[in-house]
Design a protein around this ligand. Structure first.
Ligand SMILES: *Cc1c(COP(=O)(O)O)cnc(C)c1O
Length: 403
């Protein structure tokens, strides 16, 4: 077997995490079993005591799950990883492992909705207080620091503003106050951004998105830097129970093999589409880290190896125009989630954030015409043709006062 520590990232995607198995398969078999036989009581005892390596029960560990975990730990440049049932399970397990009553968290304002809700509704019940700030501005984090601040939680680029946070600066600040930095790296994946290189402590992902990449699995992962943290997190995950199963691990591990090549295509297609939208007369604004008009464009170049597959933009003419676009696309599909091989569009004002009400949407920065696009790996000309015909259906009357 090749020493995967010494090969390039795209080769690691193909080879990392794969061990030796009976009959010599080139991919890890699916060990679809809940429990593992002991040779005798002495063997069982040794496994429980940790004196001997092996598997006991699939909530605790499983070879198919471990293969996928080892692969992602290597791709992120971490020590070990913990496969979880969903991205939210990974985030919940991380908070549960690191926090206790009386602690304080600083969290990015533009963060995945349920992450903010988890902190505001569940962890607040157990005495954890959270301050939400725009982490792209380090002064806002500094101003929010309290003596009991234990975690600075960052999503970069943030959803849906695609604001970019300086991970090295946040890590330095966190070290000075003895807090941990947790980064949700879902939008970039380790192919484009490796937070540990900037001093971050814990990386979490929704593997549902780019890591698996095929819109057929819900899963999450936590990556840590040292054995002590790993043991603490493993024990927390084992008690909370939100583990990934062997079959989903197999699918994610298969998806990882094409991560580098998929991300390259997501980057290429997104750049072309973002530039096309920016020039289009019916588009009001476009936000993409690869556009010079992005407020953190220059800085992003230092932190990312590519600008990713997520674009947000606004159609002129508000709600009706957004709705017309959504209902007119044919190749692009109208669905939430992101990071798959297929292009997905969603219109928060008429879909995910409809029940939130106009006022609440306004304060969250979700305008009526805002569209979120997850660019797939189709031929870019087919995506452009689809946008051309859909945008042609929009009739812009008077530019109405929007919100
Ligand atoms: C989807 C998502 C999550 C939650 O992941 P699930 O797998 O749906 O639980 C967390 N963070 C980000 C940035 C996401 O896009």
């Amino acid at each position: 077997m090749a020493d995967t520590k010494k090969i390039h990232f795209d080769s690691k995607c193909v080879h990392s995490g794969i061990g030796e198995y009976e009959f010599g398969p080139v991919v890890p078999p699916i060990y679809q079993t809940s429990t593992f036989k002991f040779e005798n009581t002495k063997h069982g005892g040794a496994l429980f005591a940790g004196d001997q390596k092996g598997h006991i029960y699939t909530r605790m560990s499983n070879p198919t799950v471990e293969a996928m975990e080892n692969s992602i730990a290597e791709l992120e440049g971490g020590h070990k990883a913990l496969g979880c049932a969903s991205g939210m399970s990974a985030i919940n397990t991380t908070f549960s492992a690191l926090l206790e009553a009386g602690d304080h968290v600083i969290c990015s304002k533009s963060v995945y909705g349920p992450t903010s809700t988890l902190l505001r509704t569940i962890f607040s019940k157990f005495g954890v207080e959270t301050t939400f700030v725009e982490t792209a501005y380090i002064e806002q984090i500094e101003d929010a620091i309290k003596p009991n601040t234990k975690i600075i939680y960052v999503e970069t680029p943030g959803n849906p503003t695609l604001c970019i946070t300086d991970l090295a600066a946040v890590s330095k600040l966190a070290k000075s106050i003895n807090a941990k930095v947790v980064v949700d790296n879902t939008f970039m994946s380790p192919a484009l951004q490796r937070p540990f290189e900037f001093g971050v402590d814990v990386v979490v992902h929704s593997m549902t998105k780019f890591l698996n990449g095929h819109a057929d699995v819900v899963a999450g992962i936590i990556v840590v830097k040292d054995e002590e943290t790993y043991k603490k997190f493993r024990s927390t995950l084992n008690q909370l129970g939100g583990v990934i199963d062997p079959f989903n691990s197999f699918l994610v591990h298969r998806g990882l093999k094409t991560l580098a090549i998929r991300m390259e295509k997501h980057n290429q297609n997104s750049q072309v589409i973002a530039e096309y939208l920016e020039k289009h007369p019916k588009i009001k604004w476009v936000r993409y880290p690869g556009l010079k008009s992005h407020p953190h464009y220059e800085f992003g170049l230092k932190q990312h190896k590519g600008h990713g597959g997520m674009i947000t933009f606004e159609v002129k003419g508000g709600f009706n125009s957004g709705e017309t676009l959504m209902n007119s696309v044919k190749l692009c599909q109208l669905a939430v989630s992101l990071g798959g091989v297929e292009t997905l569009v969603q219109h928060p004002a008429s879909m995910t954030h409809l029940t939130m009400g106009k006022e609440a949407r306004k304060s969250a920065g979700i305008t009526d015409g805002l569209v979120r696009l997850s660019v797939g790996i189709e031929n870019v000309n087919d995506i452009l043709t689809d946008f051309d015909q859909a945008l042609a259906k929009i009739e812009i009357k008077e530019e109405v006062e929007e919100m």
